[in-house]
Design a protein around this ligand. Structure first.
Ligand SMILES: NC(=O)c1ccc[n+]([C@@H]2O[C@H](COP(=O)([O-])OP(=O)(O)OC[C@H]3O[C@@H](n4cnc5c(N)ncnc54)[C@H](OP(=O)(O)O)[C@@H]3O)[C@@H](O)[C@H]2O)c1
Length: 322
């Protein structure tokens, strides 16, 4: 649950709920100008998620460990109702009521869908922290898309699907502040977002110009790892292991290797050498991987993903399906 840290952001108070769905009249106090001007605890802040798909629901699951004030919308009522029930969060009536109610609004729609969502919510963005998870879409494009709206901060995150298992590698990038005051607000906002996502795994600040790289490595990376696990398990099955055991052996092997790299601080090549005894079994497999251009295939795969991410950078309006 939320920390006791306080924040210097002008954020709205909790809004009343009606039967688990947002009461559209609940923002009356805010519209009457009754916002507290400082100091809110994370536990008092409302967090909204627009988008409850593969990534949205993984982030919602992670954030729900930090706060119980989570509101969600999606395009279809069925999807949002299913996710709300599964994760114990509250459905909002629509994107506008969610934005009005929330202090932090996560945008977890496809890059090509972002423009329409921003257009819809921009009249209600003032003072909010907007957090986009969309691949390729730059903060400058989001700022352009919201026109004259004055959010407290715009933030980009690039999580991955393992957030639902508490093992994401998430990158977080912020806009360059124009003043010391703005810097303080942005830092406070980034810290709030980090606290919300930390239950989903590691969260690391990066410069925005690394976001295409991050998208290709850790954002899309689980897909490459799943293929590797599947292939290793297929090999196990071909060698006589039952399928269920094969996935367990393959997945735990990758998990163990990852943990060793992260915890030992040793170079992956040194660890690989430790597995490959002279004239042993492992080096025979490594020779086959090299013959099959395993490394260069992975490098080229990730470079393709980064190229695709860069191609989305023209902005929400120019984004193509992802
Ligand atoms: N998938 C990943 O592993 C991953 C990793 C890192 C980053 N991302 C980023 O996360 C974003 C979402 O990806 P995804 O894989 O989760 O996509 P997805 O499964 O297709 O989910 C998209 C979600 O957006 C909702 N949506 C679309 N238009 C909307 C609108 N106008 N108002 C409200 N909700 C709307 C959809 O609603 P319905 O469910 O009702 O259709 C759906 O819940 C993308 O920008 C992607 O770049 C994804």
């Amino acid at each position: 649950m939320g920390s006791n840290t306080t924040f210097l952001l002008a954020l709205p108070n909790r809004t009343a709920l009606k039967g688990g769905v947002l009461d559209p009249t609940a923002n009356k106090r805010k519209e009457e100008g009754g916002w507290p001007q400082n100091m809110k605890k994370l536990s008092e802040i409302n967090t909204g998620f627009i988008g409850t798909g593969a990534m949205g629901s993984a982030l919602i699951k992670a954030a729900s460990k930090a706060t119980d004030k989570i509101f969600i919308t999606s395009r279809t009522k069925e999807n949002r109702a299913r996710v709300a029930k599964e994760l114990g969060v509250t459905e909002a009536e629509d994107n506008i009521s969610l934005t009005k109610l929330s202090d932090i609004v996560f945008l977890v729609v496809k890059p090509a869908q972002l423009d329409a969502v921003l257009h819809e919510i921009k009249p209600h963005c003032d003072g909010k922290i907007l957090v986009s998870a969309a691949a390729g879409i730059k903060l400058s494009s989001i700022r352009a898309a919201i026109g004259g709206a004055k959010p407290a901060a715009l933030i980009r995150v690039m999580p991955n699907i393992a957030a639902s298992a508490g093992e994401s590698m998430t990158a977080l990038a912020v806009e360059k502040p124009a003043s010391e005051t703005e810097k303080t607000t942005i830092e406070e906002a980034a810290e709030l977002v980090r606290k919300l996502l930390i239950s989903g795994g590691l969260v690391e600040r990066v410069d925005e110009n690394l976001m295409d790289c991050v998208t290709a490595i850790s954002g899309s990376g689980p897909a490459y790892a799943f293929i590797f696990i599947e292939a290793l398990a297929d090999a196990a099955v071909s060698l006589g292991m039952p399928r269920r055991a094969a996935y367990k052996f393959a997945a735990q092997t990758l998990k163990g290797a990852s943990t060793l790299v992260l915890e030992s601080g040793r170079h992956p090549a040194e660890l690989k050498d430790a597995v490959c005894s002279p004239a042993g079994t492992s080096i025979e497999a490594v020779c086959a991987l090299e013959a099959g251009a395993f490394r260069s295939t992975i490098i080229e795969a990730a470079r393709n993903a980064a190229r695709k991410s860069r191609s989305l950078a023209a902005g929400p309006a120019a984004a193509v399906p992802h």
